[in-house]
Design a protein around this ligand. Structure first.
Ligand SMILES: C[S@@+](CC[C@H](N)C(=O)[O-])C[C@H]1O[C@@H](n2cnc3c(N)ncnc32)[C@H](O)[C@@H]1O
Length: 547
Protein backbone atom coordinates (compact mmCIF):
# COMPACT_ATOMS: atom_id res chain seq x y z
CA UNK A 1 0.00 0.00 0.00
CA UNK A 2 1.36 3.49 -0.83
CA UNK A 3 1.20 6.20 1.81
CA UNK A 4 -2.54 6.59 2.23
CA UNK A 5 -4.73 9.12 3.97
CA UNK A 6 -8.21 7.79 4.65
CA UNK A 7 -11.17 10.04 5.39
CA UNK A 8 -13.80 8.22 7.44
CA UNK A 9 -14.51 6.21 10.56
CA UNK A 10 -11.47 4.11 11.38
CA UNK A 11 -13.54 1.01 12.32
CA UNK A 12 -15.09 0.85 8.88
CA UNK A 13 -11.82 1.69 7.11
CA UNK A 14 -9.72 -0.82 9.05
CA UNK A 15 -12.26 -3.54 8.30
CA UNK A 16 -12.71 -2.79 4.61
CA UNK A 17 -9.33 -1.45 3.55
CA UNK A 18 -6.47 -2.70 5.72
CA UNK A 19 -5.42 -6.31 5.32
CA UNK A 20 -4.36 -8.66 8.14
CA UNK A 21 -0.74 -8.40 9.35
CA UNK A 22 0.38 -5.53 7.11
CA UNK A 23 1.39 -2.90 9.68
CA UNK A 24 4.65 -2.76 11.69
CA UNK A 25 3.74 -0.07 14.18
CA UNK A 26 0.50 1.57 15.22
CA UNK A 27 0.31 4.67 17.42
CA UNK A 28 -3.09 6.10 18.34
CA UNK A 29 -4.06 9.20 20.27
CA UNK A 30 -7.85 8.86 20.37
CA UNK A 31 -10.25 11.12 22.23
CA UNK A 32 -9.72 10.46 25.95
CA UNK A 33 -13.36 10.66 27.11
CA UNK A 34 -12.62 14.16 28.39
CA UNK A 35 -16.28 15.30 28.02
CA UNK A 36 -15.12 18.30 25.99
CA UNK A 37 -15.26 19.50 22.41
CA UNK A 38 -12.02 20.61 20.75
CA UNK A 39 -11.54 23.63 18.50
CA UNK A 40 -9.09 24.43 15.76
CA UNK A 41 -7.60 27.90 16.20
CA UNK A 42 -6.79 29.96 13.12
CA UNK A 43 -4.25 32.72 12.69
CA UNK A 44 -5.48 36.25 13.08
CA UNK A 45 -5.97 37.86 9.70
CA UNK A 46 -6.81 41.54 9.37
CA UNK A 47 -8.90 42.98 12.17
CA UNK A 48 -11.12 39.96 12.69
CA UNK A 49 -11.38 38.25 16.07
CA UNK A 50 -9.33 35.10 16.47
CA UNK A 51 -11.40 32.57 14.52
CA UNK A 52 -11.89 28.98 15.61
CA UNK A 53 -13.88 25.99 14.45
CA UNK A 54 -14.90 22.82 16.18
CA UNK A 55 -12.47 20.07 15.18
CA UNK A 56 -13.78 17.04 17.05
CA UNK A 57 -16.09 16.01 19.83
CA UNK A 58 -15.08 14.01 22.89
CA UNK A 59 -18.40 13.51 24.61
CA UNK A 60 -19.94 10.07 24.60
CA UNK A 61 -23.50 8.86 25.00
CA UNK A 62 -25.16 5.52 25.46
CA UNK A 63 -26.92 5.28 22.07
CA UNK A 64 -27.71 2.82 19.23
CA UNK A 65 -24.07 2.78 18.18
CA UNK A 66 -22.96 1.73 21.67
CA UNK A 67 -25.75 -0.86 21.94
CA UNK A 68 -24.81 -2.32 18.54
CA UNK A 69 -21.11 -2.32 19.47
CA UNK A 70 -21.79 -4.11 22.73
CA UNK A 71 -23.99 -6.67 20.93
CA UNK A 72 -21.26 -7.25 18.36
CA UNK A 73 -18.66 -7.94 21.03
CA UNK A 74 -20.64 -10.23 23.29
CA UNK A 75 -22.02 -12.27 20.37
CA UNK A 76 -18.46 -12.51 19.03
CA UNK A 77 -19.29 -11.10 15.58
CA UNK A 78 -17.47 -13.12 12.88
CA UNK A 79 -15.34 -14.71 15.62
CA UNK A 80 -13.38 -11.44 15.94
CA UNK A 81 -13.10 -11.22 19.72
CA UNK A 82 -11.20 -13.20 22.35
CA UNK A 83 -13.06 -14.92 25.19
CA UNK A 84 -11.30 -12.51 27.57
CA UNK A 85 -12.59 -9.44 25.69
CA UNK A 86 -16.15 -10.77 25.73
CA UNK A 87 -16.04 -11.55 29.45
CA UNK A 88 -14.35 -8.22 30.20
CA UNK A 89 -17.03 -6.21 28.41
CA UNK A 90 -19.80 -8.12 30.19
CA UNK A 91 -18.03 -7.37 33.47
CA UNK A 92 -17.55 -3.69 32.64
CA UNK A 93 -21.23 -3.39 31.82
CA UNK A 94 -22.13 -4.95 35.17
CA UNK A 95 -19.78 -2.60 37.02
CA UNK A 96 -20.15 0.66 35.09
CA UNK A 97 -23.71 0.33 33.85
CA UNK A 98 -24.94 1.69 30.52
CA UNK A 99 -23.51 5.16 30.12
CA UNK A 100 -20.91 7.43 28.54
CA UNK A 101 -17.87 5.59 29.89
CA UNK A 102 -19.07 2.18 28.72
CA UNK A 103 -19.94 3.64 25.29
CA UNK A 104 -16.40 5.01 25.03
CA UNK A 105 -14.82 1.70 26.07
CA UNK A 106 -16.93 -0.26 23.58
CA UNK A 107 -15.83 2.05 20.77
CA UNK A 108 -12.16 1.67 21.80
CA UNK A 109 -12.43 -2.12 22.14
CA UNK A 110 -13.82 -2.53 18.62
CA UNK A 111 -11.05 -0.41 17.12
CA UNK A 112 -8.12 -1.78 19.13
CA UNK A 113 -9.28 -5.26 18.19
CA UNK A 114 -9.02 -4.37 14.47
CA UNK A 115 -5.62 -2.76 15.01
CA UNK A 116 -4.33 -5.98 16.56
CA UNK A 117 -5.53 -7.83 13.44
CA UNK A 118 -3.69 -5.55 11.00
CA UNK A 119 -0.42 -5.62 12.94
CA UNK A 120 2.30 -8.05 11.86
CA UNK A 121 3.48 -10.61 14.40
CA UNK A 122 6.58 -8.40 14.86
CA UNK A 123 4.35 -5.35 15.29
CA UNK A 124 4.03 -2.90 18.15
CA UNK A 125 1.13 -0.83 19.44
CA UNK A 126 1.15 2.42 21.41
CA UNK A 127 -2.04 3.85 22.91
CA UNK A 128 -1.85 7.44 24.12
CA UNK A 129 -4.41 8.26 26.82
CA UNK A 130 -4.68 9.90 30.21
CA UNK A 131 -5.77 8.81 33.68
CA UNK A 132 -9.46 9.44 32.89
CA UNK A 133 -9.87 5.94 31.48
CA UNK A 134 -6.33 4.46 31.32
CA UNK A 135 -7.10 1.84 34.00
CA UNK A 136 -10.01 0.47 31.94
CA UNK A 137 -8.16 0.75 28.65
CA UNK A 138 -5.31 -1.36 29.98
CA UNK A 139 -7.76 -4.17 30.74
CA UNK A 140 -9.07 -3.91 27.18
CA UNK A 141 -5.54 -4.03 25.74
CA UNK A 142 -4.62 -7.05 27.88
CA UNK A 143 -7.72 -8.87 26.65
CA UNK A 144 -6.95 -8.06 22.99
CA UNK A 145 -3.15 -8.46 22.90
CA UNK A 146 -2.06 -10.71 25.78
CA UNK A 147 -4.92 -13.15 25.19
CA UNK A 148 -3.45 -13.71 21.69
CA UNK A 149 0.18 -14.21 22.80
CA UNK A 150 1.12 -10.53 22.80
CA UNK A 151 2.97 -8.73 25.54
CA UNK A 152 2.38 -5.71 27.72
CA UNK A 153 5.78 -3.95 27.51
CA UNK A 154 5.47 -0.62 29.23
CA UNK A 155 3.39 2.14 30.66
CA UNK A 156 5.16 5.32 29.61
CA UNK A 157 4.41 8.43 31.60
CA UNK A 158 4.88 11.58 29.53
CA UNK A 159 5.10 14.87 31.42
CA UNK A 160 3.11 16.85 28.89
CA UNK A 161 2.92 20.16 30.70
CA UNK A 162 4.08 22.06 33.75
CA UNK A 163 2.02 22.39 36.94
CA UNK A 164 -0.98 24.72 36.87
CA UNK A 165 -1.64 26.81 39.93
CA UNK A 166 -5.40 26.73 39.21
CA UNK A 167 -5.91 23.03 40.14
CA UNK A 168 -8.16 22.89 43.20
CA UNK A 169 -8.25 20.15 45.86
CA UNK A 170 -5.83 17.84 44.04
CA UNK A 171 -2.35 17.72 42.61
CA UNK A 172 -1.88 19.38 39.26
CA UNK A 173 -2.47 16.99 36.33
CA UNK A 174 0.62 17.10 34.17
CA UNK A 175 1.03 13.62 32.69
CA UNK A 176 -0.34 11.47 29.91
CA UNK A 177 -0.08 7.69 29.75
CA UNK A 178 1.20 5.77 26.74
CA UNK A 179 0.66 2.00 26.82
CA UNK A 180 3.07 -0.06 24.76
CA UNK A 181 2.16 -3.60 23.64
CA UNK A 182 3.75 -6.00 21.17
CA UNK A 183 2.15 -8.81 19.20
CA UNK A 184 4.81 -11.34 20.14
CA UNK A 185 8.33 -11.56 21.53
CA UNK A 186 10.04 -10.92 18.17
CA UNK A 187 8.82 -7.31 17.92
CA UNK A 188 11.16 -4.71 16.41
CA UNK A 189 13.05 -2.81 19.11
CA UNK A 190 15.73 -0.13 18.78
CA UNK A 191 16.78 1.15 22.23
CA UNK A 192 16.62 4.93 22.47
CA UNK A 193 19.10 7.26 24.18
CA UNK A 194 19.18 10.88 25.19
CA UNK A 195 22.28 13.02 25.81
CA UNK A 196 23.69 12.82 29.34
CA UNK A 197 22.81 15.83 31.48
CA UNK A 198 25.54 18.36 32.24
CA UNK A 199 25.18 17.42 35.91
CA UNK A 200 25.87 13.77 35.12
CA UNK A 201 28.80 14.62 32.88
CA UNK A 202 30.23 16.88 35.59
CA UNK A 203 30.02 14.21 38.26
CA UNK A 204 31.03 11.16 36.16
CA UNK A 205 33.34 12.32 33.37
CA UNK A 206 35.98 14.04 35.44
CA UNK A 207 39.14 13.37 33.40
CA UNK A 208 40.66 14.64 30.18
CA UNK A 209 43.42 12.90 28.22
CA UNK A 210 46.33 14.72 26.55
CA UNK A 211 44.25 15.24 23.42
CA UNK A 212 41.44 16.90 25.45
CA UNK A 213 39.02 13.94 25.25
CA UNK A 214 36.79 13.65 28.29
CA UNK A 215 36.58 10.22 29.96
CA UNK A 216 35.52 8.41 33.09
CA UNK A 217 36.94 5.39 34.94
CA UNK A 218 34.47 2.53 35.13
CA UNK A 219 34.68 -0.76 37.02
CA UNK A 220 36.29 -3.67 35.23
CA UNK A 221 36.40 -5.99 38.27
CA UNK A 222 33.45 -7.57 40.05
CA UNK A 223 32.28 -6.24 43.40
CA UNK A 224 31.53 -8.34 46.46
CA UNK A 225 27.78 -7.94 45.94
CA UNK A 226 28.10 -9.44 42.45
CA UNK A 227 29.67 -12.59 43.92
CA UNK A 228 32.49 -14.72 42.52
CA UNK A 229 32.18 -16.13 38.98
CA UNK A 230 34.82 -18.90 38.70
CA UNK A 231 35.13 -18.60 34.88
CA UNK A 232 35.92 -14.88 35.24
CA UNK A 233 38.47 -15.40 37.97
CA UNK A 234 41.93 -15.32 36.35
CA UNK A 235 45.27 -13.60 36.73
CA UNK A 236 46.12 -10.74 34.39
CA UNK A 237 49.46 -8.98 34.56
CA UNK A 238 49.97 -10.26 38.10
CA UNK A 239 46.54 -9.19 39.40
CA UNK A 240 43.68 -11.52 40.42
CA UNK A 241 40.58 -9.61 41.61
CA UNK A 242 38.95 -11.18 44.72
CA UNK A 243 35.56 -11.71 42.91
CA UNK A 244 36.86 -11.97 39.35
CA UNK A 245 36.86 -9.70 36.25
CA UNK A 246 33.78 -8.42 34.49
CA UNK A 247 34.92 -9.68 31.08
CA UNK A 248 36.62 -12.76 29.70
CA UNK A 249 40.41 -12.67 29.27
CA UNK A 250 40.27 -12.23 25.44
CA UNK A 251 38.10 -9.14 25.85
CA UNK A 252 40.36 -7.77 28.58
CA UNK A 253 43.43 -8.17 26.34
CA UNK A 254 41.57 -6.32 23.63
CA UNK A 255 40.68 -3.47 26.02
CA UNK A 256 44.29 -3.26 27.17
CA UNK A 257 45.78 -3.28 23.66
CA UNK A 258 43.43 -0.37 22.76
CA UNK A 259 44.80 1.67 25.67
CA UNK A 260 41.55 1.49 27.59
CA UNK A 261 42.89 -0.20 30.76
CA UNK A 262 43.97 2.18 33.50
CA UNK A 263 45.89 1.12 36.66
CA UNK A 264 45.49 3.37 39.70
CA UNK A 265 48.40 4.20 41.97
CA UNK A 266 47.07 1.55 44.38
CA UNK A 267 47.18 -1.00 41.54
CA UNK A 268 43.44 -1.27 40.89
CA UNK A 269 42.47 -1.65 37.20
CA UNK A 270 39.69 0.47 35.63
CA UNK A 271 38.05 0.68 32.23
CA UNK A 272 38.45 4.02 30.39
CA UNK A 273 35.16 5.19 28.83
CA UNK A 274 35.28 8.22 26.54
CA UNK A 275 32.25 10.51 26.63
CA UNK A 276 32.24 11.00 22.85
CA UNK A 277 31.83 7.25 22.35
CA UNK A 278 28.82 6.85 24.61
CA UNK A 279 25.28 6.72 23.19
CA UNK A 280 23.99 8.76 26.13
CA UNK A 281 21.49 7.92 28.79
CA UNK A 282 19.14 5.06 27.99
CA UNK A 283 15.52 6.24 27.82
CA UNK A 284 13.34 4.84 30.58
CA UNK A 285 9.55 4.93 30.79
CA UNK A 286 9.38 8.33 32.47
CA UNK A 287 9.50 10.92 29.69
CA UNK A 288 10.03 14.36 31.11
CA UNK A 289 12.43 15.56 28.44
CA UNK A 290 9.89 16.22 25.67
CA UNK A 291 8.34 19.62 26.30
CA UNK A 292 4.76 20.44 25.33
CA UNK A 293 4.06 22.60 22.28
CA UNK A 294 3.74 26.04 23.78
CA UNK A 295 1.79 28.79 22.06
CA UNK A 296 4.96 30.05 20.34
CA UNK A 297 6.25 26.67 19.16
CA UNK A 298 7.15 26.69 15.48
CA UNK A 299 5.55 23.28 15.06
CA UNK A 300 2.19 24.45 16.35
CA UNK A 301 -0.56 24.34 13.72
CA UNK A 302 -3.56 25.45 15.76
CA UNK A 303 -5.05 21.93 15.73
CA UNK A 304 -6.25 20.88 19.19
CA UNK A 305 -4.35 18.15 21.05
CA UNK A 306 -1.45 18.30 18.59
CA UNK A 307 1.45 16.19 19.91
CA UNK A 308 5.13 17.18 19.61
CA UNK A 309 7.07 15.60 16.77
CA UNK A 310 9.81 14.60 19.25
CA UNK A 311 7.34 12.27 20.98
CA UNK A 312 6.47 10.49 17.75
CA UNK A 313 10.12 10.40 16.69
CA UNK A 314 10.98 8.44 19.80
CA UNK A 315 8.15 5.95 19.33
CA UNK A 316 8.68 5.48 15.59
CA UNK A 317 12.44 5.09 15.92
CA UNK A 318 12.13 2.64 18.83
CA UNK A 319 9.59 0.33 17.21
CA UNK A 320 10.13 0.50 13.45
CA UNK A 321 12.83 0.64 10.81
CA UNK A 322 13.09 2.52 7.52
CA UNK A 323 10.61 1.20 4.97
CA UNK A 324 8.26 -0.19 7.64
CA UNK A 325 4.59 0.77 7.73
CA UNK A 326 3.27 3.03 10.49
CA UNK A 327 -0.48 3.38 11.11
CA UNK A 328 -2.24 6.18 12.96
CA UNK A 329 -5.98 5.53 13.05
CA UNK A 330 -6.80 8.87 14.79
CA UNK A 331 -4.31 11.10 13.06
CA UNK A 332 -5.59 14.62 13.92
CA UNK A 333 -3.25 17.13 12.30
CA UNK A 334 -0.92 14.36 11.20
CA UNK A 335 2.02 14.49 13.60
CA UNK A 336 2.75 10.77 13.24
CA UNK A 337 2.26 10.93 9.48
CA UNK A 338 4.69 13.85 9.08
CA UNK A 339 7.31 12.19 11.29
CA UNK A 340 6.91 8.83 9.52
CA UNK A 341 7.39 10.60 6.18
CA UNK A 342 10.54 12.35 7.45
CA UNK A 343 11.98 9.14 8.92
CA UNK A 344 11.37 7.25 5.65
CA UNK A 345 8.63 4.99 6.94
CA UNK A 346 5.55 4.22 4.89
CA UNK A 347 2.35 5.35 6.57
CA UNK A 348 -1.42 5.01 6.77
CA UNK A 349 -3.40 7.82 8.37
CA UNK A 350 -7.13 7.81 9.16
CA UNK A 351 -9.35 10.60 10.43
CA UNK A 352 -13.09 11.04 10.59
CA UNK A 353 -13.14 14.81 9.96
CA UNK A 354 -12.28 16.59 6.71
CA UNK A 355 -10.81 19.46 8.72
CA UNK A 356 -8.10 17.13 9.89
CA UNK A 357 -7.48 15.79 6.36
CA UNK A 358 -7.13 19.38 5.09
CA UNK A 359 -4.62 20.31 7.81
CA UNK A 360 -2.56 17.16 7.13
CA UNK A 361 -2.42 17.81 3.39
CA UNK A 362 -1.26 21.36 3.98
CA UNK A 363 1.25 20.23 6.64
CA UNK A 364 2.79 17.69 4.24
CA UNK A 365 2.87 20.26 1.44
CA UNK A 366 4.57 22.86 3.68
CA UNK A 367 7.07 20.37 5.09
CA UNK A 368 8.01 18.31 2.06
CA UNK A 369 6.99 20.40 -0.95
CA UNK A 370 3.92 20.23 -3.21
CA UNK A 371 5.22 17.13 -5.04
CA UNK A 372 4.69 15.02 -1.96
CA UNK A 373 0.93 15.26 -2.54
CA UNK A 374 1.34 13.26 -5.77
CA UNK A 375 2.84 10.39 -3.81
CA UNK A 376 -0.15 10.01 -1.47
CA UNK A 377 -3.29 8.01 -2.08
CA UNK A 378 -6.36 9.84 -0.78
CA UNK A 379 -9.22 7.51 0.06
CA UNK A 380 -12.80 8.10 1.21
CA UNK A 381 -12.96 11.61 -0.24
CA UNK A 382 -15.88 12.11 -2.65
CA UNK A 383 -14.74 11.65 -6.24
CA UNK A 384 -18.13 11.71 -7.97
CA UNK A 385 -21.57 13.21 -7.50
CA UNK A 386 -22.94 10.03 -5.99
CA UNK A 387 -20.36 9.93 -3.17
CA UNK A 388 -20.75 13.70 -2.63
CA UNK A 389 -24.49 13.14 -2.21
CA UNK A 390 -23.81 10.27 0.17
CA UNK A 391 -21.63 12.57 2.31
CA UNK A 392 -24.33 15.26 2.27
CA UNK A 393 -26.98 12.87 3.53
CA UNK A 394 -24.78 11.01 6.03
CA UNK A 395 -26.32 10.87 9.47
CA UNK A 396 -23.55 10.73 12.04
CA UNK A 397 -23.81 12.69 15.27
CA UNK A 398 -20.07 12.38 15.86
CA UNK A 399 -19.27 14.68 12.95
CA UNK A 400 -21.07 17.88 12.06
CA UNK A 401 -21.46 19.54 8.66
CA UNK A 402 -18.86 17.31 7.03
CA UNK A 403 -20.24 17.90 3.52
CA UNK A 404 -20.01 21.68 3.94
CA UNK A 405 -16.48 21.44 5.37
CA UNK A 406 -15.27 19.12 2.61
CA UNK A 407 -16.68 21.38 -0.15
CA UNK A 408 -15.38 24.58 1.44
CA UNK A 409 -11.87 23.30 2.17
CA UNK A 410 -11.50 21.54 -1.18
CA UNK A 411 -12.67 24.52 -3.25
CA UNK A 412 -10.44 26.92 -1.27
CA UNK A 413 -7.43 24.58 -1.57
CA UNK A 414 -7.49 24.02 2.23
CA UNK A 415 -7.12 27.73 2.89
CA UNK A 416 -10.53 28.83 4.20
CA UNK A 417 -11.53 29.03 7.83
CA UNK A 418 -14.72 27.28 8.86
CA UNK A 419 -17.25 29.67 10.29
CA UNK A 420 -18.59 28.51 13.66
CA UNK A 421 -20.41 31.74 14.46
CA UNK A 422 -24.07 31.67 15.22
CA UNK A 423 -26.61 34.46 14.83
CA UNK A 424 -26.53 37.00 12.01
CA UNK A 425 -23.73 35.34 10.02
CA UNK A 426 -25.18 31.86 10.44
CA UNK A 427 -25.54 31.49 6.67
CA UNK A 428 -21.81 31.88 6.11
CA UNK A 429 -19.97 28.56 6.12
CA UNK A 430 -16.46 29.86 5.65
CA UNK A 431 -14.16 32.78 5.09
CA UNK A 432 -10.93 33.17 3.14
CA UNK A 433 -8.66 36.10 2.51
CA UNK A 434 -7.06 37.03 -0.78
CA UNK A 435 -4.07 39.23 -1.29
CA UNK A 436 -4.68 42.66 -2.81
CA UNK A 437 -1.37 44.38 -2.08
CA UNK A 438 1.57 44.43 0.30
CA UNK A 439 0.14 43.36 3.68
CA UNK A 440 -3.39 43.94 2.35
CA UNK A 441 -6.17 41.39 2.07
CA UNK A 442 -9.85 41.31 1.18
CA UNK A 443 -12.42 38.81 2.39
CA UNK A 444 -14.34 36.24 0.45
CA UNK A 445 -17.25 34.47 2.14
CA UNK A 446 -18.61 31.02 1.25
CA UNK A 447 -21.93 29.33 1.51
CA UNK A 448 -22.39 25.62 0.81
CA UNK A 449 -25.82 24.11 0.06
CA UNK A 450 -26.71 20.47 -0.32
CA UNK A 451 -30.48 20.92 -0.68
CA UNK A 452 -32.82 22.77 -3.05
CA UNK A 453 -31.53 26.14 -4.19
CA UNK A 454 -33.32 29.19 -5.65
CA UNK A 455 -32.83 32.83 -6.69
CA UNK A 456 -33.55 34.06 -3.18
CA UNK A 457 -30.51 32.20 -1.78
CA UNK A 458 -28.27 34.30 -4.02
CA UNK A 459 -29.97 37.55 -3.05
CA UNK A 460 -29.55 36.69 0.65
CA UNK A 461 -25.90 35.78 0.14
CA UNK A 462 -25.27 39.13 -1.53
CA UNK A 463 -26.78 41.02 1.41
CA UNK A 464 -24.69 38.85 3.79
CA UNK A 465 -21.63 39.79 1.72
CA UNK A 466 -22.41 43.50 1.99
CA UNK A 467 -23.10 43.28 5.71
CA UNK A 468 -19.84 41.36 6.24
CA UNK A 469 -17.86 43.84 4.15
CA UNK A 470 -16.62 41.04 1.95
CA UNK A 471 -15.40 41.75 -1.56
CA UNK A 472 -16.68 38.44 -2.92
CA UNK A 473 -19.08 35.64 -2.08
CA UNK A 474 -18.97 32.08 -3.40
CA UNK A 475 -22.03 29.86 -3.45
CA UNK A 476 -21.21 26.14 -3.68
CA UNK A 477 -24.20 23.98 -4.53
CA UNK A 478 -24.85 20.26 -4.92
CA UNK A 479 -27.91 20.94 -7.07
CA UNK A 480 -27.51 22.62 -10.47
CA UNK A 481 -28.07 26.38 -10.43
CA UNK A 482 -31.08 27.91 -12.23
CA UNK A 483 -31.11 30.80 -14.72
CA UNK A 484 -32.80 33.21 -12.24
CA UNK A 485 -30.01 32.37 -9.74
CA UNK A 486 -27.29 33.11 -12.30
CA UNK A 487 -29.04 36.38 -13.30
CA UNK A 488 -29.25 37.40 -9.65
CA UNK A 489 -25.52 36.69 -9.23
CA UNK A 490 -24.66 38.79 -12.30
CA UNK A 491 -26.72 41.69 -11.00
CA UNK A 492 -24.30 41.99 -8.02
CA UNK A 493 -21.65 43.31 -10.43
CA UNK A 494 -17.89 42.87 -10.50
CA UNK A 495 -14.93 43.39 -8.21
CA UNK A 496 -11.83 44.90 -9.80
CA UNK A 497 -8.64 43.29 -8.55
CA UNK A 498 -6.08 46.06 -9.09
CA UNK A 499 -3.02 43.85 -8.60
CA UNK A 500 -4.21 41.25 -11.09
CA UNK A 501 -5.87 43.91 -13.24
CA UNK A 502 -8.91 41.67 -13.55
CA UNK A 503 -12.65 41.88 -12.97
CA UNK A 504 -14.18 39.06 -10.91
CA UNK A 505 -17.95 38.58 -10.36
CA UNK A 506 -18.88 39.63 -6.83
CA UNK A 507 -21.09 36.54 -6.51
CA UNK A 508 -19.89 33.28 -7.98
CA UNK A 509 -21.88 30.07 -8.22
CA UNK A 510 -19.94 26.82 -8.31
CA UNK A 511 -21.52 23.39 -8.55
CA UNK A 512 -20.13 20.36 -6.77
CA UNK A 513 -19.91 18.72 -10.20
CA UNK A 514 -17.58 21.52 -11.38
CA UNK A 515 -15.54 21.16 -8.22
CA UNK A 516 -15.26 17.39 -8.73
CA UNK A 517 -14.01 18.11 -12.25
CA UNK A 518 -11.17 20.12 -10.70
CA UNK A 519 -12.41 23.70 -10.52
CA UNK A 520 -10.81 25.61 -7.62
CA UNK A 521 -10.83 29.19 -6.41
CA UNK A 522 -8.79 31.33 -8.77
CA UNK A 523 -7.42 34.02 -6.46
CA UNK A 524 -4.11 34.48 -4.63
CA UNK A 525 -5.41 33.32 -1.24
CA UNK A 526 -3.59 34.34 1.91
CA UNK A 527 -1.86 31.34 3.43
CA UNK A 528 -1.95 32.81 6.88
CA UNK A 529 -5.26 31.47 8.16
CA UNK A 530 -3.70 28.06 8.71
CA UNK A 531 -0.38 27.95 10.45
CA UNK A 532 2.44 26.88 8.20
CA UNK A 533 4.49 23.82 9.11
CA UNK A 534 8.25 24.29 8.93
CA UNK A 535 10.01 22.56 6.03
CA UNK A 536 11.34 19.14 7.08
CA UNK A 537 15.05 19.34 7.86
CA UNK A 538 17.60 17.22 6.00
CA UNK A 539 17.33 15.02 3.00
CA UNK A 540 14.29 13.14 4.14
CA UNK A 541 11.99 13.53 1.21
CA UNK A 542 10.58 10.28 0.10
CA UNK A 543 9.19 9.52 -3.31
CA UNK A 544 6.71 6.72 -3.48
CA UNK A 545 5.04 5.33 -6.52
CA UNK A 546 1.28 5.74 -6.83
CA UNK A 547 -0.71 2.53 -6.86
C1 LIG B 1 -6.62 13.69 19.92
S1 LIG B 1 -6.79 13.91 18.21
C2 LIG B 1 -5.26 13.30 17.56
C3 LIG B 1 -4.16 14.33 17.58
C4 LIG B 1 -2.90 13.84 16.89
N1 LIG B 1 -2.19 12.89 17.69
C5 LIG B 1 -1.99 15.00 16.52
O1 LIG B 1 -0.86 15.09 17.00
O2 LIG B 1 -2.47 15.85 15.77
C6 LIG B 1 -7.95 12.66 17.84
C7 LIG B 1 -8.38 12.64 16.37
O3 LIG B 1 -9.16 11.46 16.20
C8 LIG B 1 -10.17 11.72 15.25
N2 LIG B 1 -11.22 10.69 15.42
C9 LIG B 1 -12.11 10.56 16.44
N3 LIG B 1 -12.88 9.47 16.25
C10 LIG B 1 -12.45 8.88 15.10
C11 LIG B 1 -12.86 7.72 14.38
N4 LIG B 1 -13.86 6.94 14.81
N5 LIG B 1 -12.22 7.41 13.24
C12 LIG B 1 -11.19 8.20 12.79
N6 LIG B 1 -10.77 9.32 13.43
C13 LIG B 1 -11.38 9.65 14.58
C14 LIG B 1 -10.61 13.15 15.56
O4 LIG B 1 -11.23 13.74 14.43
C15 LIG B 1 -9.28 13.79 15.94
O5 LIG B 1 -8.70 14.43 14.81
Amino acid sequence: MTNTLFYGDNLDILRRKVRDETVDLCYIDPPFNSKRNYFQIYNNVGKDDQAQAQAFIDTWTWNELAIAGYGEIITNFEGRYTRQTIELLKGLKAVLGEGALLAYLISMTQRVNEIQRVLKSTGSFYLHCDPTASHYLKLVLDSVFCARGGDFKDEVIWKRTTAHSDTKNSFSHVTDTIFFYTCDKQAIWNGQYKPHSQKYIGSHYRYKDDGGRVYRLDNIIRSESMGLRPNLSYNYKGFTPPFGWRVKIEKLEDIDSNGRLYWSKKGTPYLIRYLDEQQGEIIDNLWDDIPPLNSQAQERLGYPTQKPEALLERIIQASSNEGDTVLDAYCGCGTSVAVAQRLRRNWIGIDITYQSIAVILKRLEDSFGADVLNTITLDGIPRDLESAKALATKKDDRVRKEFEKWALLTYSKNRATINEKKGADKGIDGVAYFVTGHDQTERVIFQVKSGKVQRNDIATLNSDRQRENAALAIFITLEESTKPMRDEALSAGFYHHALLNRDTPRIQIVTIQEMLEGQRIDLPLSLEVLKTAAPAKGDHQQTLVLE
